[in-house]
Design a binder for this molecule. Structure first.
Ligand code: ACM
Ligand code: ZN
Length: 763
């Protein structure tokens, strides 16, 4: 077996105790992310010492110097002072004539000089300087194992876009204040400058409004499908604290209060906001809610005006996001007050737009006026184009690029955040069978990196200047922990940083991948739980492998990363056997396999049971047939098999498709008033020929030939990792499965297809 020693694969410069220290592989070369517009390497290096000082005369420059002196103290232990003298200095100077955020950085053997016209430019110059130093400079604790040496360079840099954003969705899952600040720290170091904060949703209202306390008393909490209470909100003091924290790092926070849809939590708190006025609860399942605000009611607008008046002053930025996406118009069609509004305001249907679309546009127009009075420009999701775009509105293009193209062609500002082009970071970044549950879709690091946010048609038409920037969104439906949020954010947000800042002709994915290895160590300094591509099996990953003679398992990673494994049940480490070719198994084995970065950091470890099986014989009695099942079902809410075991009132019927289990009760999208139940179906499955079969199901349990082969207890039944292979002989095999209609993790199992997939495994 080959062993990997790349963790210590370093360039040894000198082995003495006070001489230069080793330069780790990941610290070699230039590692700045986003790559600068122009960088010229010079002879020599600058070493940061205890005696290094800052030179900064302007108050703003001094603020930046103090910020970095504080930061450098943590990892280097040096307490750099403001002083005079060019030698051994980091000088920060404000000069005229440069673009906002632009900077120059010159590192010589004796000094570092940063010039910019704005404090943000100085800040970014310093961030680039820090990225010339070893990655350990981001450590929160003192590091003695590196020399604080930066190569001499001359840099001229400026951003391609002024909106370099990420969107955090506090509505679905609340993010702690500490976690928000942690991300702000990290993203500022990669020159991201906008945090779009999605603060209200069907599932939770997350910002204190003093005039309407029920928005948080009622709207910030929900009772989940498993009975637990979930919730939280930010007080206005916390908001101010975070906004100030972000501003110190040159990040503008753009709040989003959604109108007129995605507001079930507010409607739960103040039922009169909706057309019907009924009392409901904040939504506890994902997807789109039919209950929306009623634009027929003047007091709905009054309340919005009050809310904006309290919230807008908390956020000093230019823009206020007003949502506008995914607003079903079904209730408006039936609401006498909405219809009266349509008549009164002359919003009759046109060739292009329905009356209700025009009503939505009317809402956005009124909101725009409210926010204009508060000194804010509005930005909204691309649906705000439907029904006619408000005069000064900027558009966030999310359903692809078309909304952005249309708006920019009409000379409206646009931010591209296209879900189709890799910018939705709630999408999978690897094989869904090995990655934690995500919403769906696919966007790996390369897809984000390869994207150019300016559609060619806008450049051709001269409207590219209306593209103000690019942003990644991280919707939080399946983000059950702050750690998983980080896993989805990093390193993909570093690709966003580069496409948002660097000019197209400086993009180089191979070099970016190399630089990412350095960035990972910086992220380690912040304790970030970033994604490391997992070992995946081409053709479908599976953790339960069956074979009769031998099994050959092949593994790949979505980016070139080494893999290590063990076969004795022990946890692999960076120095375990290196995976270099497919592995062959002839006996029962527990394979543990993980990827490992040049820093030695390991991915999640996959544990794969590889089992030798005899072909299970077909056991069906005479007269048995496939495609007919006896289903026994009982109404009630059963979270698991133990609860279902207590069910008493069973009914029975014959079904011809296992899909009929989940279809037994037509469900509604909101799951309100749903009739829940559990059902067990028994029958036979026909196996066409002897072989290895993969069994896959989101049902609670699956049994084949009397053996439990799938157990999804406690899991959201959306995508599961419990696929199992079995060696089965040709013929009919008994099958039993239980489907429980319940909601776990915001996902109603009723939305699943209760069929079972049995597919032959190619060997
Ligand atoms: C969105 O993803 N609904 C803007
Ligand atoms: Zn209405």
């Amino acid at each position: 077996m080959k062993r990997l020693f790349f963790v210590i694969a370093t360039t040894m410069l000198f082995a003495g105790c006070s001489g230069p220290k080793e330069v780790k592989v990941y610290n070699q070369g230039i590692n700045i992310i986003p790559t600068p517009v122009e960088l010229t390497e010079q002879e020599g290096s600058f070493t940061l010492k205890k005696s290094t000082h800052f030179v900064a005369h302007d108050e703003q420059a001094q603020k930046v110097a103090k910020f970095f002196a504080e930061k450098l103290k943590a990892s280097t232990g040096y307490e750099l002072q403001l002083a005079e003298g060019a030698d051994n200095a980091i000088s920060l100077a404000l000069t005229d004539g440069m673009e906002p955020e632009a900077y120059t950085l010159d590192v010589t053997p004796t000094a570092v000089s940063i010039q910019a016209s704005t404090a943000s430019g100085l800040f970014y110059g310093m961030q680039s300087f820090l990225q010339l130093l070893p990655a350990e400079v981001e450590s929160a604790t003192m590091v003695n194992s590196v020399d604080w040496t930066a190569p001499c360079v001359s840099v001229k840099d400026a951003p391609r876009f002024h909106w370099r954003g990420f969107m955090a969705d506090a509505g679905r899952h609340f993010q702690s204040v500490e976690s928000v600040k942690k991300q702000i720290d990290v993203l500022a170091s990669f020159k991201i400058n906008t945090m779009h904060w999605h603060l209200t949703e069907d599932q939770g209202w997350r910002i204190e409004v003093k005039k309407y306390p029920r928005l948080t008393e009622v709207g910030a909490y929900r009772t989940e499908g498993d009975g637990t209470r979930y919730g939280g909100f930010y007080t206005q003091e916390q908001i101010k604290d975070i906004v100030a924290y972000a501003a110190e790092r040159f990040i503008t926070i753009v709040p989003e209060i959604e109108v007129p849809g995605h507001e079930m939590a507010a409607i739960a708190a103040y039922p009169n906001l909706a057309c019907q006025g009924d009392t409901l609860s904040p939504r506890i399942v994902w997807a789109i809610e039919d209950w929306v605000m009623c634009p027929g009611k003047e007091d709905m607008f009054d309340m919005l005006e009050d809310i904006f008046a309290e919230i807008a002053p908390l956020f000093p930025g230019e823009y206020f996001h007003i949502g506008g996406d995914e607003c079903p118009k079904t209730h408006w069609k039936e609401c006498p007050q909405c219809q009266a509004r349509i008549r009164k305001e002359g919003l009759a249907a046109t060739k292009e737009h329905t009356a209700e679309e025009r009503l939505q546009s009317y809402v956005i127009g009124r909101v725009e006026k409210m926010l204009d009075k508060l000194g804010k420009k509005i930005i909204g999701w691309d649906e705000i184009l439907e029904g006619g775009l408000s005069e000064g509105a900027a558009v966030m293009s999310w359903r692809g690029e078309q909304g952005g193209i249309t708006a920019a062609s009409m000379q409206h500002d646009v931010v591209i955040t296209s879900s189709r082009n890799g910018l939705y970071l709630d999408y999978y970044q690897g094989d869904p069978k090995v990655e934690p549950l995500a919403i769906g879709g696919f966007s790996d690091l390369k897809k984000v990196y390869d994207y150019d946010p300016v559609p060619a048609v806008l450049t051709e038409g001269g409207c590219d200047k209306f593209v103000k920037g690019v942003q990644c969104n991280i919707w939080a439906e399946y983000i059950y922990t702050d750690e998983y949020r980080e896993y989805l954010m990093y390193p993909r947000l570093l690709a966003l940083s580069e496409i948002a800042w660097s000019p197209l002709d400086r993009k180089d994915y191979a070099d970016f991948e190399r630089r990412i290895n350095n960035a990972y160590v910086r992220l380690d300094g912040h304790g970030i739980n970033y994604h490391i591509p997992l070992p995946e099996q081409p053709g479908g990953s599976c953790d339960h492998i069956a074979f009769t003679d031998s099994a050959r398992l092949e593994f790949t990673t979505s980016r070139p990363i080494a893999m290590v494994y063990t076969t004795d049940g022990s946890e692999p480490t960076a120095t375990s056997a290196a995976y270099s070719e497919p592995l062959t198994f002839k006996q029962n084995t527990t394979l543990k396999i993980a990827s490992v970065l040049p820093s030695g950091k390991m991915s999640t470890i996959r544990t794969i049971a590889v089992e030798k099986q005899d072909l299970a014989p077909a056991t069906a009695p005479e007269g048995a047939k496939a495609g007919e099942y006896t289903m026994k079902y009982a109404y009630g809410y059963y979270l698991n098999m133990d609860e279902f075991a207590k069910a008493t009132d069973f009914e029975e019927k014959t079904i011809t498709s296992l899909k009929d289990m989940s279809r037994m009760n037509p469900y509604n999208k909101s799951m309100r008033g749903e009739k829940y139940f559990g059902a067990t179906a028994e029958g036979y499955v026909e196996i066409a020929e002897d072989g290895i079969y993969r069994i896959s199901s989101t049902n609670e349990e699956v049994w084949i030939d009397g053996k439990k082969v799938i157990d999804n207890r406690g899991l959201p039944k959306k995508g599961v990792h419990t696929d199992t292979q079995l060696a089965l002989a040709k013929g009919l095999h008994s099958l039993k499965t239980t489907f429980l209609s319940h909601i776990i993790g915001g996902w109603p199992s009723a939305w699943c297809n209760s069929d079972i997939t049995v597919s032959a495994v190619a060997r």
